[in-house]
Write a protein that binds this ligand. Structure first.
Ligand code: DGL
Length: 286
């Protein structure tokens, strides 16, 4: 990123929160954000025209992250949530340097919560190849107790299968990747905690659960990221809180943009987040 740093203007409380992902995975984060801050407006960008990120180079993902953050800032976003583990790992550091005034919230696999809650000391992490190979994730891994057994499984093809809502491919990948990190039958040397380290994966939680014994805990990052975003906005005085004159409290809207076919995003939103559905638009080229 060589261009001059852009300063995001300090946006007012009624400005929207920007959210982006390589595709529809960010809907799992947006759902949690809307639950935590129902009065906020959001702008969501699906970059499906350049997905999947997980099997691309870091430079490519960094450049896309810069373009999308710029687009969200141009839409007046008061904060940007990078609702993608792969983009967070590759780009959050540079984005923060480029937009030092803008609250930028990223997502990362829930290793710390997993370490706290495992009883057997065996944990599995499923994520994209890009996330698992990133220096950021390797650093996070290095901070964990060395006595912990953390099994990292790249899941090539899975985010794409979820984009296409291809149930037989999704079932096949979930089964195959869990088999590679198991066996999962209850016992002292088996993992008892599964970390979903890609924002697409919680969308198919039922597929994971149907392959796992009931004692296994499955962790994702939607709620902690929503909490973190809430706190950042509260600290900067940009949280939209209903005044006592607004009854009922206003309920936020989502503006939808995509770099791929609008019908695909509209169908996906209707399926995964029907309460927020609305017309989608192509992302304007700048
Ligand atoms: N949803 C994204 C993540 O959390 C990546 C999926 C992809 O494009 O490979 O990593």
């Amino acid at each position: 990123m060589s261009s001059t740093p852009l300063q995001a203007p300090h946006q007012g409380v009624t400005a929207p929160i920007g959210v982006f992902d390589s595709g529809i995975g960010g809907l799992s984060i947006l759902k949690a954000l809307r639950q935590r801050m129902p009065q906020e407006d959001f702008v969501y960008i699906s970059d499906r025209g350049h997905a999947p990120y997980g099997e691309r180079s870091d430079d490519f993902v960094r450049e896309r992250s810069r373009v999308l953050t710029e687009a969200l800032v141009a839409q007046g976003a008061k904060a940007v949530v990078v609702a993608c583990n792969t983009a967070t790992a590759a780009a959050i550091h540079e984005l923060r340097q480029h937009w030092p005034q803008l609250p930028l919230i990223g997502v990362e696999p829930a290793l710390k919560p997993a370490a706290l809650q495992t009883r057997t000391g065996h944990v599995a992490v499923v994520a994209t190849r890009g996330t698992l190979n990133s220096p950021k994730f390797q650093h996070l891994l290095g901070q964990q107790d060395p006595a912990l057994d953390i099994r990292c499984q790249p899941c090539d093809g899975l985010a794409d299968a979820i984009e296409h809502r291809d149930d037989s491919r999704i079932a096949h990948y979930c089964r195959q990747y869990l088999a590679q990190t198991g066996p999962w039958a209850e016992g002292p040397s088996a993992p008892d905690t599964l970390v979903l380290g890609c924002t697409h994966y919680p969308l198919v939680l039922q597929h994971w659960l149907s392959e796992l014994p009931p004692h296994v805990t499955v962790l994702d990052t939607g709620a902690p990221v929503a909490e973190q975003t809430y706190r950042r906005l509260l600290q900067s005085g940009q949280l939209r809180q209903p005044s006592r004159f607004e009854t009922p409290a206003p309920s936020g809207r989502v503006s939808w943009f995509t770099t791929s076919e609008v019908e695909h995003l509209e169908r996906a939103v209707h399926h995964w987040l029907p309460e927020a559905s609305g017309p989608c638009q192509p992302l304007p080229k700048r």
